[in-house]
Design a protein around this ligand. Structure first.
Ligand code: DGY
Length: 320
């Protein structure tokens, strides 16, 4: 039997490429840079399996481009880039990469919290500039992190991993999501379940870990930001559209909140100029899962999902 044809939309880590090549016929749409919808459709026509990156929109037109496509193995945990109901209707299996990027994303969330509150990027810029005049009692004063109240919106794997880390900072941990955790889980995480409005009003750090769905689009907008403390920060390592970016920029410009640490944006890779010019933000280019170990682990999980599927078994992390 001939080997299934797997299309990667973009080149991934060489170890993963090697592994996929050992079992499948591998094709890559583009080494790097954006893929057009036409190139996605064209690949979908020829592929048994498609491995998209999180920015590739796998809509109805891609899913129905040909008769050959059987599985879309997303190289990401978030599946907001895929039309899941169209995939289900077409009988195309969709998998993602949960678990393997939890720690990397939680670590990066901590980096944003610490980096923003302790003004690391201002400090680093000053240190590099050659203009530093020496230690000053009022220079680059940030916010204390230890002992603060964190409000975690979305207490799935990544939210819980952030809670675990914040225990080390003796934080009070509030959380909100649609479904409450069990007593045991709350006890383990030392986390208190509160309504979202209360979380927004009480937290010094509001951090977002919810998937992007119809329900969470613009979950944080003008009204929600106006409930936050003026001294609070907002951190987003989930998906850009969970926050109304315009409302956030407005609030930051008016110092309605102290600052924002962002890894994700509404229209990646575009980051609005106004946002880039604000002094009270720490901005990263979607680095949540960007460690060598994590990106390899994501690729391994994609490979295992493909291998299971084409061996007639249930993929490990099937979404639909
Ligand atoms: C994901 O997998 O959804 C992450 O955002 C990747 O960094």
């Amino acid at each position: 039997m001939s080997r299934p044809i797997v299309y990667l939309t973009q080149e991934v880590h060489k170890d993963v490429i090697k592994l996929i090549r050992s079992r499948f016929t591998l094709r890559i749409i583009r080494k790097s840079g954006p893929r057009s919808m036409e190139s996605l459709r064209s690949a979908a026509r020829k592929a048994d399996a498609l491995v998209p990156m999180l920015q590739d929109r796998i809509d109805q037109t891609v899913l129905s481009a040909g008769k050959r496509l059987k599985i879309v193995a997303n190289y990401a945990v978030g599946v907001n880039n895929i039309d899941l109901s169209a995939a289900k209707n077409a009988g195309i299996v969709v998998t993602n990469t949960p678990g393997v990027l939890t720690d990397a994303t939680a670590d990066l969330t901590m980096a944003l919290i610490l980096g923003l509150m302790r003004r690391l990027s201002d400090g680093e810029r000053l240190a590099r500039s050659g203009r530093w005049k020496g230690w000053g009692p009022t220079e680059l004063l940030g916010l204390h992190v230890t002992g603060k109240t964190i409000g975690i919106i979305g207490m799935g794997r990544i939210g819980q991993a952030v809670a675990e880390r914040m225990k080390g900072f003796r934080a009070r941990i509030l959380y909100w999501q649609r479904t409450r955790l069990s007593h045991e889980e709350e006890g383990r995480l030392l986390a208190e379940y509160v309504p979202i409005d209360r979380l927004l009003a009480k937290a010094d750090i509001v951090t977002l870990h919810t998937p992007l769905t119809g329900n969470t689009h613009h979950l944080i907008g003008k009204k929600e930001i106006s409930r936050m403390k003026r001294s609070a920060i907002l951190v987003n390592t989930s998906r850009g559209p969970v926050v109304d970016e315009k409302a956030l920029i407005e609030a930051l410009a008016k110092r309605r909140i102290w600052g924002a640490g962002l890894d994700v944006y509404e229209e990646e890779p575009k980051i609005p100029l106004r946002l880039r010019r604000l002094p009270n933000v720490l901005l990263l280019p979607h680095l949540g899962s960007a460690t060598e170990e994590t990106r390899i682990a994501m690729g391994m999980l994609v490979f295992e999902n493909l291998t299971a599927f084409f061996s007639g078994q249930e993929p490990l992390t099937r979404v639909v």
